[in-house]
Design a protein around this ligand. Structure first.
Ligand SMILES: [Fe+2]
Ligand SMILES: [Fe+2]
Length: 309
């Protein structure tokens, strides 16, 4: 083992963060650029299903809260693209790979938000699942990624609470509102569980990421944490989880759950979800319509440089 590699391994072993200028294996760097890039893509694509409801929020207060949340997600995308840049990732290149389908984003954002209850449920379940994942990433081995996660988790916890507050209002509302909420839970429950990725036995890259301490808990461990956290919240709302096999397992000290439809998951991540096409089209349009901003920024920077010269 080279002395550089030994130093890298020593840092991993002793929980010392790897920083941008440190030596690191090329495969570690590439894995991180891909993971952080896909995480960034998920933040900005995740703005789309919620933005759909900005003009239809039921009150000014709900609208202001939703707007603030969506802006936070844009900020998360920006921190993460910057973290990928510290590894030599090129932001424009990452974005083009998203548009060409060469990089993924979270499968969850390919589902439609059909009614107002969906917006509450997205904040509560989808951001709730994201927090479980991201809290674990606060201890990831790459310093800039871990530090971005600390800030992001604080904002995600506001997202989750605003979602739960919105669904609580519906749960305390009319029969029609309660039915709307139950319908939203029925549609979002399983896709939320899929957010943690395939079962550990089907996740071949996980072992290397765990060894590098990029990933600190396995997909199944994270999924279990989310389920254990959420069951009581559903019960407190007087709603039900659409899984007849969900039950407390005294011996394990966790909830058991039914089989996830992995066929549906594979279809969605391979581009055949309900909204895959629409989401990429929206991001392509944003890229095309933003051309003048990029051109103006380059012209301004050239002018500044001439000025200095
Ligand atoms: Fe976020
Ligand atoms: Fe969020």
């Amino acid at each position: 083992m080279s002395s550089e590699n030994a130093c890298f391994e020593h840092k991993l072993e002793n929980e010392i963060a790897i920083e941008p200028k440190d030596w690191m294996p090329e495969h570690y760097r590439k894995t991180l650029i891909r993971q952080i890039g896909q995480h960034a893509h998920s933040e900005i694509v995740g703005m789309l299903p919620e933005a759909n409801w900005l003009t239809r929020a039921p009150s000014l207060r709900r609208k202001a809260v939703l707007l603030a949340k969506i802006q936070d997600e844009a900020g998360h995308g920006m921190y993460l693209y910057s973290a990928a840049e510290t590894l030599g990732g090129d932001r424009a290149d990452l974005y083009q790979k998203l548009l060409k389908g060469q990089m993924k984003y979270s499968s969850i954002f390919n589902y439609p938000t059909l009614n107002w209850a969906d917006i509450g449920v997205v904040g509560w379940l989808v951001d709730g699942a994201a927090i479980v994942n991201q809290v674990a990433l606060c201890r990831t081995s790459y310093g800039p990624y871990a530090r971005a996660m600390v800030r992001i988790c604080k904002e995600e916890s506001f997202h989750q609470r605003q979602g739960y507050e919105a669904v609580t209002a519906l749960a305390n509302g009319s029969e029609e509102q309660r039915a709307m909420l139950q319908d939203a839970i029925n549609r979002w429950w399983w896709p939320s569980l899929m957010m943690f990725g395939p079962n550990d036995s089907e996740s071949p890259n996980s072992a290397q990421s765990m060894a590098w301490k990029i990933k600190r808990l396995s997909n199944d461990e994270l999924r279990q944490k989310f389920i254990d956290n959420t069951v009581h919240q559903v019960e407190a709302l007087g709603m039900t989880i659409p899984d007849p096999d969900l039950k407390w397992n005294e011996a394990r000290g966790h909830y058991d759950h039914g089989e996830i439809d992995w066929e549906e998951f594979m279809q969605v991540i391979h581009g055949n979800g309900i909204c895959n096409h629409e989401r990429i089209q929206a991001k392509q349009r944003a890229w095309d319509e933003g051309a003048w901003v990029r051109e103006a920024a380059i012209a301004h920077s050239n002018k500044q440089q001439k000025h200095v010269a």
